[in-house]
Design a protein around this ligand. Structure first.
Ligand SMILES: NC(=O)c1ccc[n+]([C@@H]2O[C@H](COP(=O)([O-])OP(=O)(O)OC[C@H]3O[C@@H](n4cnc5c(N)ncnc54)[C@H](OP(=O)(O)O)[C@@H]3O)[C@@H](O)[C@H]2O)c1
Length: 307
């Protein structure tokens, strides 16, 4: 089978011909139909994510995918061959950008019939991060004001929609064509961060979902109400600075096992949330997808499909 792999940090990804993986008793073998990239894949390729995920080479890229169950291990009772599933491969093992991928059954959920494999593949990391950032970590409540930074990215497009549906007033930062996009997804007020300082515009925010980090994070504290919360997916907040502003700040890390992924996939299927695609390319054009993810300019998710 074909598998997209790297043989070292900062080396080009290549298609290798390898054996179809064998499965452990608790695993399922999935024939992959669509895979999504994330910034983490770029970090794993470049080496900056190695301190969190000490990968070994050759490394098969890809954590988020959807496809059809081909075989199940002896101990698996939750899936059977033919089931369409959404899956998340642990970044340490990867393998989502391959014709077949072996993953623990606890990392898969059924793909609802109303979603395509492309839509399903887009959800695990980005959808779960948005969901758990707002709900489990951010404790969003109806009527609150939420600021989503990088609202046009893979996580942001879900976060804007989830926050709006949760009854929040949604503020957002992005630029260019991202502005109309995030408005169309429900953002009430949008700042073009390349033209305006959001910290001069937004006030009395209850929750900041920080998908950018750095200066964007430090300039977010003054826009929060006293008692407000900041949740970052990118850089650990300075707790002393946060507390000097009378707010709380946490760093979140999502591992979208089925127990966390299930409600997100069901919500996307049932509540009419849009899966926004920046790019969708066939398997052979994987390098275009990687370059687009590496640019940091994606507006929505970047998908690689297989027939
Ligand atoms: N901790 C975790 O578990 C976890 C999980 C998922 C993601 N993450 C992290 O969360 C971050 C977001 O992930 P993602 O998948 O959404 O990334 P992404 O899709 O690559 O985000 C791209 C978007 O970010 C926007 N953007 C870039 N710089 C910006 C700025 N200064 N202000 C406002 N918007 C800006 C871009 O808009 P323009 O083109 O207009 O600039 C683009 O639309 C990444 O750093 C990722 O590594 C962490």
């Amino acid at each position: 089978m074909k598998s997209i792999r790297i043989h070292g940090f900062n080396t080009p990804a290549v298609i290798n011909e390898v054996s179809v993986p064998s499965i452990e008793a608790d695993q399922v073998l999935v024939r992959v139909m669509a895979s999504a990239l994330n910034p983490l894949d770029i970090g794993l390729m470049a080496g900056w994510a190695a301190r969190f995920f000490p990968i070994e080479f050759p490394y098969a890229i890809g954590c988020d995918f959807a496809g059809v169950v081909e075989r199940v291990g002896d101990a698996v009772t939750t899936f059977k061959p033919g089931n369409a599933v959404v899956a998340w491969a642990d970044p340490l093992t990867g393998g989502g950008l391959s014709e077949y991928s072996a993953v623990p059954a606890k990392s898969c959920v059924l793909l609802p019939s109303s979603l395509t494999p492309i839509e399903g593949a887009a959800i695990p990391t980005a959808g779960s991060t948005a969901w758990h950032g707002l709900f489990s970590e951010g404790h969003i409540k109806p009527g609150e004001t939420v600021l989503v930074h990088a609202a046009s990215g893979g996580v942001g497009i879900f976060a804007v929609q989830f926050a709006k549906k949760a009854g929040a007033r949604v503020l957002a930062t992005t630029s260019g064509a991202g502005i109309d996009l995030v408005r169309s997804l429900g953002a009430d007020e949008v700042v073009d961060y390349k033209k305006q300082d959001f910290a001069q515009v937004f006030r009395d925010v209850d929750l900041v979902l920080d998908l950018v980090g750095g200066e964007t994070q430090s300039r977010s504290y003054p826009v929060l109400k006293r008692g407000g919360r900041l949740v970052s997916t990118t850089s650990p907040p300075d707790v002393a600075v946060a507390s000097a502003h009378g707010v709380s700040a946490t760093m979140m890390y999502v591992k979208p096992y089925a127990s966390r992924l299930d409600e997100v996939v069901r919500a996307v299927a049932q509540d009419g949330f849009k899966v926004v695609l920046d790019t969708s390319v066939p398997f052979e054009a994987f390098n275009d997808a990687i370059e687009r993810q590496r640019s940091g300019r994606a507006r929505g998710k970047i998908i690689i499909t297989q027939s």
